[in-house]
Write a protein that binds this ligand. Structure first.
Ligand SMILES: Cc1cc2nc3c(=O)[nH]c(=O)nc-3n(C[C@H](O)[C@H](O)[C@H](O)COP(=O)(O)OP(=O)(O)OC[C@H]3O[C@@H](n4cnc5c(N)ncnc54)[C@H](O)[C@@H]3O)c2cc1C
Length: 324
């Protein structure tokens, strides 16, 4: 496969291409449209022929399958070694990875190896007058966005999910080239993978999600949120990560970058500040309602209806209204 300017690192799980890969491709395509840049999509692992064919069909891009016999699980060291070699071989300007547990694991180390800039959590693309890309990312718990220009020859990006929607299906599939590498990690060995105890199926199917955040104040107030959610048929209960960390809700309820990524028709955020990690999990919801005592809460930036109020008082008043 001939050299490419932008190296996109696809993600896969259980023999399937992860949808995040298509979002990385969208960012790459937008960068290619800004300048004359070419894209290559790389998949790393073993037994990925079907995944690569699928990626070539869904993206229309040529796929480089870096096959590592025996590499059935993600290993950060192997990824860094192979991506570094590929980035150097192609002399790429950018490496695009997902802002996922994998991407955030290897991207900084990869950037060090490549003497590259590392811009994490990219949520937007702009350009200078000269057509140079500018990347935005959220800071201060999502209250501000910064715009960053890389000053390095090569830049490693991790892309926040939900900000670069996958583009429509392409007619002509790309070509798959396979290279086999005997590559082992000298530092770590992945022994296996276990699915989390519970799947977020209820959240995935619900048309309305009522999510509770630390602003509920106490575990007892979850009952108020549950009663409020029960007023909406077909709704499910979600939560921000602190509630899961405190043991108030099970992990299957967590919404966000390390929880479920949901797209219900209506998302009601109750006492949730709107960190970038939470927003990444609900950003594609249809209509967002937020209840928060802080009128400057970041969640209001992504809300269609902003209710500045104490959530318990609001919910109890709403319940009374519905009952009468
Ligand atoms: C690697 C990593 C991954 C993460 N993954 C996730 C993830 O998947 N999902 C996730 O949610 N977080 C995640 N986090 C945590 C995230 O950074 C935030 O800490 C978390 O989202 C904050 O949760 P919160 O909004 O409930 O709490 P807070 O930020 O404490 O916000 C509480 C909000 O409640 C409001 N409030 C207080 N009292 C009331 C009241 N009486 N009525 C109404 N509003 C009130 C406050 O004004 C405030 O805005 C992650 C963090 C890291 C570092």
């Amino acid at each position: 496969m001939e050299n490419r300017d932008i190296l996109i690192i696809g993600e896969h799980l259980d023999g399937k291409l992860k949808p995040s890969t298509l979002e990385l491709v969208t960012l790459g395509q937008r960068m290619a449209e800004q300048g004359t840049r070419t894209l290559g999509l790389v998949l790393i692992g073993d037994h990925l022929d079907g995944v690569c064919e699928d990626a070539a069909r869904q993206t229309g891009l040529d796929i480089l399958y870096l096959r590592v016999p025996g590499c059935d699980y993600y290993n950060g060291d192997i990824y860094k070694t192979l991506i570094q070699a590929q980035a150097v071989a192609w002399n790429v300007s950018h490496v695009i990875t997902a802002h996922s547990s994998q991407g955030t694991d290897y991207a900084p180390g990869l950037a060090v190896r490549l003497y590259a800039a590392c811009i994490t959590g990219v949520n937007g693309l702009e350009q200078t007058e000269n057509g140079e890309p500018l990347f935005s990312r959220a800071i201060c718990g999502g209250n501000f966005n910064t715009l960053i220009r890389s000053q390095s020859r090569c830049t490693v990006l991790t892309v926040q999910p939900g900000y670069f929607p996958a583009r429509d299906h392409v007619d002509k599939p790309g070509q798959v080239s396979t290279e086999t590498h005997e590559c082992v990690s000298e530092t770590t060995q992945v022994m296996g993978m276990e699915k989390a105890r519970a799947a977020a199926s209820a959240l995935g199917q619900a048309r309305i999600i009522v999510s509770a955040g630390r602003g509920i104040g106490s575990e007892e107030n979850l009952d108020v949120v549950r009663r409020f959610a029960a007023l909406f048929p077909g709704s499910a209960l979600g939560g921000s990560r602190p509630l899961i960390d405190m043991g108030w809700l099970e992990y299957k309820h967590q919404v966000g970058i390390t929880g479920a990524v949901v797209s219900p028709d209506v998302y009601i955020a109750c006492g949730i500040s709107g960190s970038s990690q939470h927003i990444a999990g609900m950003n594609t919801s249809g209509y967002v309602i937020a209840i928060n005592t802080d009128p400057h809460a970041a969640i209001f930036n992504v809300s269609d209806l902003c209710i500045v109020d104490d959530l318990v008082g609001f919910m109890e008043a709403f319940e009374t209204l519905v009952e009468t």
